[in-house]
Design a protein around this ligand. Sequence first.
Ligand SMILES: [Zn+2]
Length: 650
Amino acid sequence: MLEVGQTEKSAISPGPRTQLRHPSSIRCRFCVPKARRQSSLPPIGCLLLSILPFFIPCATRGAEPIRYVVNLTAPETHLVQVTMSIPDASPGTKIQIPAWNCLYQIRDFVKDVQDLKADCDGQPAELDRLDQNTWSGPRRTCGTLAFHYLAFENTDGPFDSMLNSHHAFLNLAMVLFYLPLERNRPVQVKFKVAMGWKLASLLEGAGDEFRAADYDQLVDSPVEAGHFQDFSYRQTLPDSAPGAVESKSATIRVIIDGDSGDYSSSHILSSLEKITAEETSLMQDLPFSRYTFILHFPREGGSTGGMEHGNGAAIAVAAADNRNSHGYLESVAAHELFHAWNVKRIRPQRLEPVDYINGNDTRDLWFCEGVTNSYAQLTLLRSELIDRDAFYRRLASAIQILQSHNSRGFQSAETSGREAWLEKYSDYNRSPRSISYYNKGELLGYLLDLGIRQAGRNRAGLDDVMRRLNQDFARQGRFYTMNDLNAIIAQLAPAFDMNRFLAEDVRGTQELNYSTYLEYAGLRLTTQATGSPAQGFFATRNARGLLQVDSIDGGSDAERAGLLPGDVLIKADGNPLPAGSVAGLPPWRAGQAVELQVRRGGGKHVVKFRVGADQEISYQIDEDPLASREQLRVREGWLRGVTNPSAGKP
Ligand SMILES: [Zn+2]
């Protein structure tokens, strides 16, 4: 997922075919799905139930599907009417609603649920509340146990749900309960929409009815309903793509909800075609038969950014940004599409099985999100949506962002990922408290790529690592661990010290050695210190429209001169500061001697001091005109996405 800028917060929703492992009945036999299993464990079956009760993924494949009816026909109320029907329900059947999804934040979706009722074979049935998110049904068997409730959905953005008179966008984990003991039971969902609305889903189905293999797949598929525009094109893999790929061709569907004056569909389709061609070619894989971009261009309100799903992505870009064509949409689309591999299918063990109540261990996000950021920028470069100068500027900017966070001295990239769950607290996001695993992870992705290429004279790069992870884990239905990643890199680039990289750069907090890695590619990093004026205090207009000091910077000349919080500013350098004026303080320069007349208590005081200076360090990356052939080999390999398997052989 991706929010605005480089210091995004995070999260993801479950993988496309994940399985809940839980103690279960012994009805199933050898039903461990091939799709997903522990990376280091051999396949296990029900014979092991008694000794490995917590690894049993069997449960209820083959059972009658859970049926949901989602009624969106009262959009002006923001109330989604839901009926959840469970055939052959056991006594005391439990239902539960997630506390989180999409964002790595416990958001208590139960807060939006109201008027929950149940009936057993058409007769009203009692409900027990077991905890905040969990209820149990009647203590008798029901041919059909049905739950009826309303869900209030009134927040725009790719991580949320909205039902209003304009449209509906649903993150289904916010709307639909699951059976905690049968989460891998197949599901069907039918939508009822307002007259004239169209409906789009990432799920398989037809008309207004869709199906999913299980709850995890269901809620990895957002739904859009309204008056959107609908485009599609075919993406094919070149015949030269090796390996047993799922498919050589897929439909890329583009759903756009926005004012037609705010975007150019031909421009968007042209960009997306370059991005999908580049990334599927890079991965030599089309792991889906259909991939859907759901694009929103809101004129106001709602969060912006992107949210990845196994077979699509939901992206929101402010209409004004899109009109001005800053390339943000392309960056987000390249990021989210790469997630179709990195995190959705190339999936760390620690994110599985998804714990919808308590959250998961997210320490690997530097790789899931950060390296996805690296590939988003490399994709834009390699598909010629940006040029090399722009790529170098973005890389230098990413360095500047990390170096401006003093918290890099105590929070590692791994810890930043582990603490993603704290991002819902604004204090946590301050630069003295936390770094971004998107930001440092992106830099680690570049350094890792350069390190691997340099160690093997560009015989292999991170591209090969991603393809191996895809081949050995994603396509085999296995999750990976950092040990697995380490082993692949050891095979591809034995001379690269991945243990040191993990210990010092991923789990450690020492400064990243940018210059050394960039030099592998004949690139030079230079810095320039610039001073920006720092007046030493902060003032806002009070209720009477006068500028009043809110706070003083400790150690500033203004503090030493005796300026105090609460001082009302009357004159600056002899010029009056009238109440309600739109003009503020003069544009002082660093080092300038200034004079303020202030009112304090009943008297007037004059305070004289010098404006200080904040030092900012900016970074620049340039190509070394004297780069050696070896350096050029690494540079061209990295920027163009090629390796030379025969390089260096006699
Ligand atoms: Zn992401």
